[in-house]
Write a protein that binds this ligand. Structure first.
Ligand code: NAD
Length: 386
C-alpha cells in the first residue's frame, strides 16, 4: 500500500512532535511545511530534512494529499478551507475553528468534495482511551448514569513561549483543553443533547513567566478562564464538566463515570496512555494499565515537568495516520471533523448558557466513532513494537 504525502502548515510549538512522530507511522510521508513566518518553516524544514514552501506552493503540490493544520486557532478556518478548496484531505489541531458555524462549513465542504476532514484530539484512540471504550462497550459498568470531568490548572503562561492566544477569543480552557475531554466523553457516551453553564475569569491579566521574548510581559485576559457546566447526553447520562486555568491544585480525577453496575475512571485524555480503574458494585478499584497496549506505552515527557512527574504516552499524528488509512481503504475515519464540530457546538452552548442562563439545546448530532482494535491500531504503526 502506498503512503500519502503530508504538508504541515504552522511551524510553531506543537509542530516538532508531529514532525518527529510522523515517520513512525506506516501510511504517512512528510514532504513539506509552511508558515506565515517563512523563517519558522525554514527552521523546521532544515531540522527534519523536508522542504520549506509558501502556503500557496504547499497547497499546489500534487504529491501532498493531506494538509496538517497546526496554526493558531484564529487561522484554523482559513487554512483548512483553503486546503479543502485545493482538494487536500485535512487534519487540524483543536479547536477545529473558533466559531461553530465555520466548523460546520468545513464539514460540509469536505463532504461535498469527497475529502476527509479530521481534527485533534486523537488521544481517545490511544491505549488508555481504547481500554475505557472496551469497558463501556462490554457493559462492565452497566449503563452510565452520571459522571464528572475536571481539567484544572493555573494556566499556560508558565510554559508556552507565546501564550497570548490562550487568553483571547478562541482560547480559554473550554476551547483549548475542553476538546480532549469532550472528545473522550463523546467517544464513550455519544452526543450531547443539552447543557447548562457558568463562566468567569479568576484573574484579569496573566504575567508570562515562560522563557522567550514574552517573558515578563502581561497578557489581558479576554475569555473565560473557568467554565463549569452540566452536560446532558442523549444517552441520558448527566456529567459535571469543569475546565479552569484559575486553580493552583486540586484532587479530582480527570473523568469518572458512574454506571448501574460499577464506576470507571478514564485516564487523562490529554495523553494517549494511562491506567483505567474500575470497581464493580463498590469493590476496590482495579487498575488496568495501557502501558503494554499499542499507543499506550509512556514515551515522552515535557521539558517543563518537575522530576517527580512520570513520562506519558504521546503519539501525536495517530489521528493523521488513522485518517490516511481511511483515505487509502475508503473507510470512515474516527478523529473526524464532524466529531470536533459537534464538540465545538457543545462548548459554545456552554458559553451561551453561562451568559443567558437556563438550558441550551445542542442541535448537531454525531455517531460514536467505531472502536479501534489493537490489531487495527498496530497496523497504523510502521515499527514492529512500541
Ligand atoms: N503547544 C502545544 O503543546 C499544543 C498541544 C496540542 C495542541 N496544540 C494546538 O496546536 C495549534 C498550534 O499551537 P502551537 O502551540 O504550536 O502555537 P504556536 O503559536 O507556537 O505556533 C503556531 C504557528 O502557526 C503560524 N501561523 C499563524 N497563523 C498562520 C497562518 N495564517 N498561516 C500560516 N501559519 C500561521 C505561526 O506563525 C506559528 O508558527 C493550536 O491550535 C493549539 O491549540 C498545541
Amino acid at each position: 500500500m502506498s503512503t500519502l504525502g503530508v504538508g504541515i502548515v504552522g511551524c510553531g510549538n506543537i509542530s516538532t512532535i508531529y514532525m518527529q512522530n510522523m515517520p513512525k507511522f506506516r501510511d504517512l510521508r512528510l514532504i513539506a511545511c509552511a508558515d506565515i513566518r517563512p523563517e519558522a518553516a525554514q527552521a523546521q524544514a532544515a531540522q527534519f530534512g523536508i522542504e520549506a514552501l509558501s502556503i500557496d506552493a504547499l497547497l499546489a503540490r500534487p504529491d501532498i494529499r493531506i494538509v496538517v493544520n497546526l496554526t493558531t486557532p484564529d487561522a484554523h478556518f482559513a487554512i483548512s478551507h483553503a486546503a479543502l478548496t485545493a482538494d487536500k484531505n485535512v487534519f487540524g489541531e483543536k479547536p477545529i475553528t473558533i466559531e461553530a458555524n465555520d466548523a460546520a462549513i468545513l464539514v460540509a465542504e469536505a463532504a461535498r468534495r469527497g475529502l476527509k476532514l479530521g481534527c485533534a484530539p486523537d488521544t481517545f484512540l490511544g491505549g488508555g482511551g481504547r481500554i475505557a471504550r472496551e469497558f463501556i462497550d462490554t457493559g462492565r459498568i452497566g449503563r452510565v448514569l452520571y459522571g464528572t470531568c475536571f481539567l484544572m490548572s493555573h494556566g499556560m503562561e508558565h510554559w508556552h513561549p507565546d501564550p497570548t492566544f490562550f487568553f483571547k477569543r478562541g482560547g480559554g480552557p473550554i476551547l483549548d483543553m475542553g476538546p480532549y475531554y469532550l472528545a473522550a466523553l463523546i467517544n464513550l457516551l455519544g452526543p450531547v443533547a443539552r447543557v447548562q453553564g457558568r463562566a468567569s475569569s479568576g484573574f484579569a491579566s496573566r504575567l508570562v513567566t515562560s522563557k522567550g521574548p514574552m517573558n515578563g510581559k502581561t497578557i489581558a485576559v479576554e475569555t473565560p478562564t473557568t467554565v463549569m457546566s452540566l452536560l446532558h447526553f442523549e444517552s441520558g447520562a448527566d456529567i459535571i464538566f469543569a475546565m479552569s486555568w484559575d486553580v493552583w491544585k486540586h484532587g479530582h480525577p480527570p473523568i469518572e463515570l458512574y454506571g448501574t453496575e460499577g464506576s470507571l475512571r478514564v485516564p487523562d485524555p490529554n495523553f494517549f496512555g494511562g491506567a483505567v480503574q474500575y470497581t464493580e458494585k463498590g469493590g476496590d478499584w482495579i487498575s488496568i494499565t495501557a502501558d503494554d497496549r499499542p499507543f499506550g506505552k509512556p514515551n515522552w515527557r515535557s521539558p517543563n515537568w518537575a522530576d517527580h512527574i512520570p513520562n506519558q504516552a504521546n503519539y501525536r499524528c495517530l489521528g493523521v495516520a488513522e485518517l490516511a488509512s481511511a483515505v487509502l481503504h475508503d473507510t470512515p475515519h474516527r478523529a473526524s471533523g464532524a466529531l470536533a464540530s459537534h464538540a465545538l457546538e457543545v462548548k459554545h452552548a456552554i458559553l451561551k448558557a453561562s451568559v443567558e442562563g437556563g438550558e441550551i439545546v445542542v442541535h448537531s448530532r454525531v455517531e460514536r466513532p467505531a472502536p479501534l482494535s489493537d490489531v487495527d491500531a498496530m497496523a497504523l504503526w510502521a515499527e514492529e513494537t512500541f
